[in-house]
Design a protein around this ligand. Sequence first.
Ligand SMILES: NC(=O)c1ccc[n+]([C@@H]2O[C@H](COP(=O)([O-])OP(=O)(O)OC[C@H]3O[C@@H](n4cnc5c(N)ncnc54)[C@H](OP(=O)(O)O)[C@@H]3O)[C@@H](O)[C@H]2O)c1
Length: 266
Amino acid sequence: MATAPDQPVVVLDRAGPMPLLGLGTWQMTGARCQAAVRSALEVGYRHLDTAAMYRNERDVGRAVRDSGVPREQVFVTTKLPPGDAGRERRTLDNSLRALDMDYVDLWLVHWPPRDRALVPTWKELLAVREEGLARAVGVSNYSIAQLDGLTTATGEAPQVNQIPWAPSRYDAAVLAEHRRRGVVLEGYSPFKNTDLRHPVLTELAARHGVTPAQVVLRWHLDHEVVVIPKSATPERIATNFDVFGFSLSAEELGRIDGLSRTRRRR
Ligand SMILES: NC(=O)c1ccc[n+]([C@@H]2O[C@H](COP(=O)([O-])OP(=O)(O)OC[C@H]3O[C@@H](n4cnc5c(N)ncnc54)[C@H](OP(=O)(O)O)[C@@H]3O)[C@@H](O)[C@H]2O)c1
């Protein structure tokens, strides 16, 4: 069994530590998904991001079991499809059955449902958390105004908001607004929205003896933003996790932040 390395985490109220670096699993199903998750757990990942909509919860659950890593050492996120607003509990039961797990560490509303369902859906997530079926609950693709709407209605802010994030999308105000509300910003699609040949990234990569992809991941960690790169390639799964041996200076972070102004794309 792989031993869990010392890796950076953000501590969620009531749910405990959430590793800042996890494996994304969108667009992987079946044996390919199982192999990727196994390979991630072997190199030390302890955070997996799935969703009912990805149709791979069964594969993720099986890979965790096959890995021999104890369930409680892995932080597992799944998500409620917005079309299942109104059927929250049944949907989570199905996800837990597919994962073959008693609880998930984090359950997110995948996208905002229609306006009048926003608050009732959030109340259902809070109820499920009280039952212990999800250790923490949050949302994905919500605006700051939508976060505030939930907090005003229930007195409880989502613990996490999973949104697209990458150097090209860096927005200091959005990050600060999440922090001010105590909402953890979890970024998705770190590479799809990044030009890995951008000279700033290649220069910093050469300086640190790493790849531009590792610089992008390290930039998330140094901003204390959760990042969940997806890869089906064992070598990339391993190098994407090999980012704890260096860090970026404030000046280097600032240069990467600045890529949001130049917006060069692949
Ligand atoms: N909440 C939401 O609405 C939402 C939306 C999108 C994504 N997500 C989550 O976020 C995760 C990550 O986002 P994503 O899958 O959209 O995109 P991503 O992680 O930014 O990019 C994945 C792509 O990058 C490639 N890649 C991985 N490591 C690389 C490396 N070191 N160098 C170069 N290329 C590399 C992968 O190729 P190979 O697989 O061939 O290695 C794949 O084509 C998803 O899997 C999902 O869990 C959530």
